[in-house]
Design a protein around this ligand. Sequence first.
Ligand code: FAD
Length: 188
Amino acid sequence: MLDVRETHDNFTISSSNESYKVQLAVGAHGKRSILDKKLNRAFMTAAQRESNNYVGIKYHIKAHLPENLIGLHLFKNGYCGISKVDGTDRFCLYYLTLASNLKNSGCIENMEKEILSKNNYLKEYLKYEWFYDQPLVISQIRFERKKPIEDGVFMLGDTAGLIVPLCGNGMSMALKAAHEFHNLSKQF
Ligand SMILES: Cc1cc2nc3c(=O)[nH]c(=O)nc-3n(C[C@H](O)[C@H](O)[C@H](O)COP(=O)(O)OP(=O)(O)OC[C@H]3O[C@@H](n4cnc5c(N)ncnc54)[C@H](O)[C@@H]3O)c2cc1C
C-alpha cells in the first residue's frame, strides 16, 4: 500500500517496505483507491446517485466466433462488448451496467438471465464456457469530474477522470497522459 505526504519542496512516498523522497508525485492508481481517501478527494465523499453508480463484469470465454468480430450489444441500463484476446484462443466479454440492475436482480446469474439475455446475442454468448471460476467484477464505477491536481499530486488516466462509456479510449488516454507528463517533467 502506498501513501503520499507533501512537505515544503518534496513528497514522501511510502510503501510497506520503503520510503522515497521525490520532487514530483503522480497519481496513477485508477478510478478509485484508498489513496483517494487519504488525499481526501471530494468524489470519495460525494452523495451517491443511483443513476451514476455502475458495475463492470468481465469473462474470458471459449467462444466459437470469427476472430475479427468486435461486438457491442445493448441491454437495459447497460452495454456489453466482445472481442478476441490477441494471441489466445479466448474471447473477452465485458459489460457495464447500472449497479441497480444487479441490486434488483439479487445476483449476477439472475441479472444475466433476466436482463442481458433479453438480447439474443448475449443470451448465446453467456452460454459459452468460461476460463475462470468467477467473473472479474469491478464496482463503484462513477463518471464524474475529479480534480486533476490534488495537494500538488498530478493525476493521470482514470485517477484524473473517467469519460462516459463508448466515448473514447480510456487505455490510450491513460498512456498519452503518462507520455505527456513524462515530457513535461523534464522541465522541472
Ligand atoms: C467495464 C469497463 C470497460 C472498459 N472498456 C475499455 C475498452 O474497451 N477500451 C479502453 O480503452 N478502455 C476501457 N475501459 C477503461 C480502461 O480500462 C481505463 O480507462 C484504463 O485502464 C485506465 O488506466 P489507468 O492506468 O489510469 O488505471 P488502471 O488500469 O485502473 O491502473 C491503476 C493501477 O493502480 C493500482 N493501484 C491502485 N491503488 C494502488 C495503491 N494504493 N498502491 C499501489 N497500486 C495501486 C491498481 O491495482 C492498478 O493496477 C473500460 C473500463 C471499464 C470499467
